[in-house]
Design a protein around this ligand. Structure first.
Ligand SMILES: [Zn+2]
Ligand SMILES: [Zn+2]
Length: 89
């Protein structure tokens, strides 16, 4: 009888949820942050501009390419090309 040996890492890659921040697998019991249909590790749930971790209750914006930006940077970037490109949701 064949025995299927599968490592934990490849199990997660195959069946687990993938983090939208680092593209690595998320262990089912790990604490995560969810935005819409996206799931992030806690340490990957950061503003892509200032790298600040976004905590519960923080205001942030999710961009089309699944990048997160904090409230402060969103408004300070409001006059830059980022917004002019229409990337913000
Ligand atoms: Zn991650
Ligand atoms: Zn920021």
């Amino acid at each position: 009888m064949p025995v299927l040996i599968i490592t934990f890492g490849s199990f997660i890659r195959k069946y687990g949820t993938q983090c939208s921040g680092c593209s690595k697998g998320i262990i089912p019991l790990e604490t995560v942050r969810r935005v819409r249909n996206l799931v992030f590790h806690l340490h990957c749930f950061t503003c892509f501009l200032c790298n600040r971790e976004l905590a519960t209750g923080d205001h942030f914006f999710l961009m089309e390419d699944e990048k997160l930006i904090c409230h402060t940077d969103y408004y300070s970037a409001a006059t830059t090309a980022i917004v002019d490109n229409g990337k913000f949701l």
